[in-house]
Design a protein around this ligand. Sequence first.
Ligand code: 5CA
Length: 446
Amino acid sequence: MRLSRYFLPVLKETPAEAQIVSHRLMLRSGMIKQSSAGIYSWLPLGFKVLKNIENIVHEEQIRAGHHPMLMPILQGADLWRESGRYDDYGQEMLRMKDRHNRDLLFTPTAEELITDIFRSYVRSYKDLPLTMYQIQWKFRDEIRPRFGVMRGREFYMKDGYNFDLTKEDALHAYNRHLVSYLRTYERMGLQAIPMRADSGPIGGENTHEFLVLAETGESEVFYDSTVTDLTFGDRDIDYTDKDQCQSIMEEFTTRYARTDETHVEDEFHSQVPEERRRTARGIEVGQIFYFGTKYSDALNATVQNDQGEKVAVHMGSHGIGVSRLLGAIIEASHDDKGIIWPEGVTPFHCGIVNLKQGDEEADAACEALYKSLTALGLEPLYDDRKERAGAKFASMDLIGLPWRITVGPRGLKNGVVEVTSRRTGESEEMPPEQAIEKITKIYAGV
Ligand code: 5CA
């Protein structure tokens, strides 16, 4: 993409309404624009990152054996009356009437609808296990939307639902989700720690939230400092292997790590030596639930088991805050100049800065770099504007591309361009071909 042709409405001023750094940086770098309280338009740069995050979520869900599908945003009230949640959900649920005076609602989650789909078609245990998921807009009429996409009213969420014959199978689905989430967040350059949590309006006993540690997080968390040493890495996972999923689940959840709702001071003290006890704040980027037969009982979702008996299916649901993740990643990865995107989610693979637009040699070298990188399947953002070098660097630093190639007449005289890491600030001079090779290699591993 050529920056002169792109829609990137960068703000010079810091917007007064933004209280936390991720919100400020998303507004300043022209990623989002507020439309109403807690409701945003996604401008081209923000939309690109949103889609990158969504793609990682899809890839990891499919890898775990889950089936993508899509349910409507507007739902009739009847199913929610059947489950009892139409009234329970309270004012967070946005309700409306259609022209026939029928009650509709904007989906805050979709346990009811998916259970209805299941009960309409599935009759036998032979069709289990089954996990389906969607990535779809949700609406919750939060009393205090704030922090930009972090606590929106309209937000983008991956919600998945498993159907299993037995509790044991459903717990495997729970563990499988936990493992696949660890991998999902790591691909985004994030450490998200699974913590024992409270199930809230979704219900059920087993639930973990995934938290990214950040001072601006809304949840208070308590943990054993050694949980932050755990990394998922490049493990070879067989998601159908119950023992493997369970052992990884145990590895990541045995040590003390809880949100304030489930924290017990005595247990914290007895389980964790003093020098390892930490209290911090965290951003909840996902939550998994096992709730047994709560919804299948309420909505009469049964299958025949191998004895020919009708039994209620065991279920769980699993959410990832896709739009919230943009904020969480920025909170975890920025400096005073702007965002620092992890390679896994960056909107463009690298920037190309032409120090002297209009100089024949510099222009030609930039064009050649741009074309070669593009031909290799990479997406560079070429700053081809007639701007001062300082302004170009400031924009690149603000929008946070992990790598920058700087091209100027002086370097070209010696046959070199400069490759700079946004994270470390370190620069290296090399011939353009070598710069291309370097960037290609970096992304081959992502
Ligand atoms: N039905 C279950 C799982 S599918 C569910 O709704 N879970 S949830 O309530 O925990 O939401 C899933 C994730 O969505 C949360 O972990 C959080 O990351 C994100 N989320 C929830 N509310 C908001 C909000 N108001 N703004 C942005 N993201 C949100």
